[in-house]
Design a binder for this molecule. Structure first.
Ligand code: AMP
Ligand code: MN
Ligand code: MN
Ligand code: MN
Length: 281
């Protein structure tokens, strides 16, 4: 009996449609799954519909990016209302910021000698049924385009040598404050969880200060199992969660074949995410 509370579909940078994702979860006999696309809830209604009368619990979710000390941090929201107009209007603006960055990124890559066009990157963001203008084009799609053109051998190499902070092709984008991400989640009926806390390259003190700040803003949980987190690190994160009275959660951060080494339904080293992690949701 296992669950997965962190997954992406074609509505952001995952490779599976919500329907394919649900089918994969049923094949694995997961008992619960949350769809948590980056800065969009547009896939959630389809996802819920696909699960109708199926033996799985689906949790509507989202993963919102925010900025803390110049680091990109991600806050998961569970049980948000995907139809909430205030949430959707603000998410649209947030997606516009990413899209503005994408145009600058194309210019930057071209000036570095990478012959990419906006259209070819956009095509790599798989077509989203019914909403082509609103798809989230992330740096992952730039990585795919660089790979397809043969500039790099893997998507990881594209990030490590071109797209990540400190590399020539990195362009920051304007991001919201963590408190705004929390209130967007709360005002649409959701509960907030800090995603993959060890991926932000924060010192322990910086992470603790972030957790204090988020807890004050109503954070309810900490993602302690993730495809990048070893079982030893899970233990450390559980202790941290205990200090701040946060629930444990876990998810793979599945992106389909866009992240080939991240299978659905497990954390690092094939660790299963226990059912009990969703009891409070
Ligand atoms: P953005 O939010 O548009 O700046 O793009 C960041 C996205 O790139 C995140 O959603 C990650 O899933 C993705 N990403 C970051 N590093 C990697 C990597 N090494 N391989 C594949 N995807 C990555
Ligand atoms: Mn992603
Ligand atoms: Mn994330
Ligand atoms: Mn994610």
């Amino acid at each position: 009996m296992a669950i997965d509370l962190h997954t992406h579909s074609t509505y952001s940078d995952g490779a599976d449609t919500p329907q394919q994702l649900l089918k994969n979860a049923l094949d694995l006999q997961l008992t619960a799954i949350a769809l948590t696309d980056h800065d969009t809830a547009n896939g959630v209604t389809e996802f819920m519909k696909a699960a109708f009368h199926k033996p799985i619990r689906v949790i509507p979710g989202i993963e919102i990016s925010a900025s803390y000390l110049g680091h990109d941090i991600h806050i998961l929201g569970y049980h948000i209302n995907p139809e909430d107009s205030r949430l959707n209007n603000r998410l649209k603006e947030i997606r516009k910021e990413r899209s503005d960055r994408n145009f600058k990124l194309i210019d930057r890559l071209q000036s570095l000698g990478y012959a990419l066009s906006y259209d070819e990157v956009s095509e790599l963001a798989e077509d989203v049924p019914g909403s082509t203008s609103d798809k989230v084009i992330s740096r992952l799609h730039f990585g795919k385009a660089l790979l397809r053109r043969g500039y790099v051998k893997t998507i990881n190499e594209a990030f490590d040598t071109i797209l990540n902070p400190g590399c020539p092709g990195y362009i920051p984008r304007h991001q919201i404050e963590p408190e705004e991400a929390l209130s967007l989640i709360h005002e649409s009926g959701g509960m907030a969880v800090l995603a993959h806390p060890l991926l932000y390259k924060l010192s322990l003190d910086e992470l603790k200060t972030l957790l204090e700040r988020l807890k004050y803003g109503g954070l309810k949980g900490l993602e302690v199992i993730h495809s990048t987190v070893s079982p030893e690190q899970t233990q450390v994160l559980k202790e941290l969660a205990n200090v701040y009275h946060l629930h444990y959660t876990g998810g793979s951060d599945y992106h389909g074949i866009n992240k080939p080494n991240v299978p659905l339904g497990v954390g690092k080293e094939q660790v299963l995410i226990p059912d009990s992690f969703s009891d409070w949701l």
